[in-house]
Design a protein around this ligand. Structure first.
Ligand code: 26M
Length: 879
């Protein structure tokens, strides 16, 4: 064994080979002969862990000494996936570990599969946070993530009797080598209670205890931190209660604390409004802010300087209670005035919006907030009333301008109406007594109904309500709600969307009145993905080819270098090798499909992939309907025609939130279509429809490199950005998509002629929604396909009845996501795909162009923009 290893500036006591052996014997208690895959994984992981800890300690000590401004990324979700491959390669130890593992007849790739995914997130938002941590460390930016150490992450999806089933995610079962428990870092977090003489006396307290997850940068000495909080009862067994014989009270406290960090809410894009969820949010936010302030005060005596040392980025509204909690800590715990505290808070906090779906925008009932966090509710009221005061002048001027504009108009209208009435009376008088009396009645009714001159004060009051952070529930009159997005905008110095179109939509549709007041606050930061995980490590074969072509692997650090691949698209020999890699990845996916579903799929057909959370707005359902049509067409073909058809393997993956009724039916429909199509001997390899269960980060790493076409077909204006579209493009999969989210910017970078774009545009949606089609006007292919569902071709017609009604019945959904409007152009795009696939040279050429064109979507670029344009945080590498 090598005795010393100095890579990464770190010199662990044992070399790689010796350390694996050591961990295997002493930590995992296995010997070479019974080193089963999981045990081998654990030994390797612990060996890597030690190296990470060295890098971590050195970085954190360096940053403490230099005291640069830090970014704190507050997020209820971090969807990390597996760590081993990423850590080994970021530490640049891939070669050494591969070498050391030969002794066990193992390779890193296989050993890595012994790790369970850390799935502490739902989907796009959580995975984005994980990519950002990788980029922050890789750019040497002083930054920490702050979140929750859920004991159960995203549920495991199974399939039983053609339906999704949810199983618990025991991710910590085999221990977690990637975290370091910090029993010395604990903070009290209070809930409930009352205000006594203005001071909050919590009715319940829990302890937040830190766990640190080191985040190695790519080939840099920097190792960042993800600090996750666990909840403990104040004393695991409250001694007083125990001594007093109140055993059950002590147990109850422990149960309550455990509940806070027990499980991730599996809702992506629907707000549940559960008190426990708010408890989770406050729990991690309070601990994170207390922790930051405590560390700040170790080196500074005056909190006035906090904005020069700390920025809190709120990942969606989930951590928005930070605005109120930072105010409370500054005022109640550190003695600042309200105004000073507000000045500090609004220089420290920034907010990223990730969705425009109304049902996902968090609005907490005042009643719930006031009970759980009475002091915070009081502060929010004060923030709101100061905010409304500050804009009353603006709103009054606006009302006056509107009144003035409409005044002239109104006077003219009123005069004309008076003239008309006069004429009517004259005409009626000529007809006699009876007619005159009737006309007089009409006139007096009209006069009574005539618009009174508007009362300015009332108008101002009405308008002010639209700016208010606290609003009446539009469904449940009388219930007051705190609009968390509004609180976030008012409390932040920067607000951003996550793709160009989305950042415009939030300005025009979600926060237009805040844009009037703070136009400079609104920004765009188009999302990105880490090229380490999503190209270099998940697709080493393609990466090797890229590196060979470019003569350097610098593109892993500097994604703009990928552009240099473009000329290789014209090189037939290179294209052949590119195809060969894709073929290899398709083979691996086919193997996985067989393992997971039992279906045998050929590697010859086009691999068409649609993976993401299941949601009506993402329109997996429209894809399913198109496949029914494809099946029907294939069935109707003669054998000669079939011989010329372009075969496809269509793979779906994605979880439906457990309570999302329609999403679950969409999963069931896809499974049913697969069952029918895949077992139809007439169809054979011409079409396979596969639902791959339990789509997660690790499955994505296998699926994405195998894709030839990927689907991003949300109703225009609904998908904030999408990030898998970027991963697919970088792995050379072509895109079929709508003009939505980051698809647009991918089109701009790749050339729209290289994408299969279809469907209506975002600015046409509102009009189309008002003006819905009649079922009889639908495309006949669409109608026929739905008819097949209703008539039971795929079984269980009653079960699918609601699903069909949701897009055909005015009173039951009314096709809110406009499948009918886009179906024909979607089918045209599908035909164009088939046509292009016949020309494999042109297809491959485009595939290379995709990889070459999309370096922009590296999260390194995104994070660099956040650092410069929002955070004002500087790279601080160790010398
Ligand atoms: C709400 C209530 C309870 C539990 C969870 C939620 C919740 C969780 C996540 C609500 C919304 C959530 O996320 C919205 C989201 O994932 N947005 C996605 O963010 C990505 C990263 O910016 C974008 O790429 C996606 O387009 C966007 O849908």
């Amino acid at each position: 064994p090598k005795e010393e290893d100095t890579s990464n500036g770190v010199a662990p006591k044992l070399g790689v080979e010796a350390s694996i052996e050591h961990e295997l014997k002493y930590r995992v208690s296995a010997n070479n002969t019974d080193a089963r895959p999981v045990k081998l994984y654990q030994s390797v992981a612990w060996s890597v862990h030690d190296r990470l800890v060295d890098a971590f300690d050195q970085t954190q000590a360096y940053w403490k000494e230099k005291d640069p401004k830090h970014i704190y990324y507050l997020s209820a979700e971090f969807l990390m996936g597996r760590t081993l491959t990423n850590a080994v390669n970021n530490l640049d130890l891939g070669g050494e570990y591969a070498e050391a593992l030969k002794k066990y007849g193992a390779d890193l790739e296989t050993v890595a599969t012994g790790e369970l995914d850390a799935a502490l997130g739902n989907g796009g938002l959580g995975r984005l946070a994980a990519c950002f941590l990788d980029s922050m460390a890789s750019l040497d930016l002083p930054g920490w993530g702050y979140g929750i150490r859920y004991r159960y992450g995203m549920f495991k999806q199974g399939v039983k009797d053609g339906l999704q089933v949810e199983l618990p995610d025991y991710w910590l079962d085999n221990g977690n080598p990637w975290e370091i428990r910090r029993p010395e870092t604990q903070f009290k977090v209070g809930f409930y209670g009352s205000l006594e003489d203005g001071k909050w006396v919590p009715g319940e307290e829990v302890i937040a205890e830190a766990y640190d997850v080191p985040i190695p940068g790519y080939k840099t000495k920097t190792c960042g931190n993800l600090r996750l909080w666990d909840a403990l009862a104040p004393e695991e067994f409250d001694l007083e209660a125990f001594n007093a014989g109140d055993y059950s009270k002590a147990v109850e406290q422990k149960r309550r604390a455990d509940g806070i960090t027990a499980v991730l809410y599996p809702n992506d894009a629907t707000e549940e409004g559960k008190e426990l969820r708010l408890k989770q949010q406050f729990f991690f936010v309070s601990a994170s802010l207390q922790d930051t302030i405590a560390r700040y005060l170790e080196q500074h005596k005056d909190l006035a300087g906090l904005p020069d040392k700390a920025c809190f980025q709120m990942n969606d509204t989930h951590p928005t209670i930070a605005v109120a909690e930072l105010m409370r800590l500054l005022i109640d715990e550190h003695g600042l005035s309200y105004d000073d505290a507000w000045a500090i808070t609004t220089k420290c906090v920034a907010y990223t919006n990730h969705t425009v779906m109304p049902e996902a925008l968090e609005k907490w009932p005042v009643r719930v907030l006031a009970k759980l966090l009475p002091r915070h509710m009081q502060l929010i009221e004060q923030i709101n009333s100061n905010w409304l005061d500050s804009i009353t002048g603006h709103v009054t001027a606006k009302v006056e301008a509107e009144l003035a504009a409409s005044d002239a108009e109104k006077q003219k209208k009123a005069a004309a109406a008076a003239e008309e009435r006069k004429a009517a009376l004259v005409a009626a008088e000529a007809k006699g007594e009876e007619a005159l009396a009737a006309a007089k009645k009409v006139v007096s009714e009209e006069e009574a109904a005539e618009e009174k001159p508007a009362d300015k004060a009332t108008l101002v009051e009405e308008k002010l309500k639209t700016y208010s952070i606290i609003q009446e529930n539009q469904w449940t009159k009388g219930e007051m709600l705190v609009n968390m997005a509004y609180l976030a905008v008012v409390g932040s110095f920067a607000v951003n969307g996550v793709a160009a179109i989305h950042s415009e939509i939030i300005k025009t549709d979600i926060f237009p009145h805040f844009v009037e007041i703070f136009p400079e606050r609104f920004q765009n930061k188009t999302n990105g993905v880490t090229l380490r995980r999503w190209l270099a490590y998940c697709n080493p074969e393609l990466s090797a080819l890229i590196t060979e072509a470019l003569g350097t692997d610098e593109w892993v650090r500097d994604a703009t270098l990928l552009a240099k691949l473009k000329p290789f698209a014209e090189d037939a020999a290179f294209r052949a090798r590119w195809r060969e890699v894709k073929q290899q990845k398709k083979k691996a996916l086919a193997e996985r499909i067989r393992e997971q579903t039992g279906y045998q799929v050929s590697t010859e057909p086009m691999y068409d992939i649609h993976v993401k959370r299941i949601h009506e707005y993402k329109r997996q359902y429209m894809n399913a309907i198109s496949l029914i049509h494809r099946y029907k067409v294939l069935k109707e073909m003669t054998p000669e025609q079939r011989a010329k058809a372009v075969p496809r393997v269509v793979v779906f993956g994605g979880k439906a939130a457990s309570a999302y009724y329609m999403a679950k039916k969409i999963v069931a429909l896809i499974l049913s279509i697969g069952e029918t199509v895949n077992n139809d001997p007439e169809i054979g390899d011409l079409l396979k429809v596969v639902f791959l269960p339990n789509y997660n980060v690790s499955e994505a790493e296998l699926i994405i490199p195998a894709a030839e076409i990927s689907q991003h077909i949300s109703t225009a204006g609904t998908e904030a950005s999408g990030t898998s579209n970027m991963k697919f493009a970088l792995n050379g999969a072509l895109i079929i998509g709508t003009l939505d989210g980051a698809n647009i910017e991918i089109g701009e970078n790749t050339g729209f002629e290289n994408l299969f774009i279809f469907g209506v545009k975002a600015d046409e949606i509102n009009k189309l929604r008002e003006d819905r089609k009649n079922f009889s006007d639908y495309d006949p292919r669409y109608t026929a396909a739905l008819q097949m569902v209703s008539s039971g071709v795929f079984g269980r017609p009653e079960y699918f009845e609601d699903l069909v009604a949701s897009i055909t019945d005015m009173n039951r959904g009314n096709d809110w996501f406009l499948l009918a409007n886009d179906f024909a152009s979607y089918m045209d795009a599908q035909d164009a795909i088939d046509e292009l696939y016949r020309d494999q040279e042109e297809w491959t050429r485009r595939s290379i162009i995709y990889t070459a064109s999309n370096g922009f979507f590296s999260s390194d670029r995104t994070i660099d923009q956040y650092a410069r344009e929002i955070w004002n945080v500087q790279p601080t590498p160790q010398p």
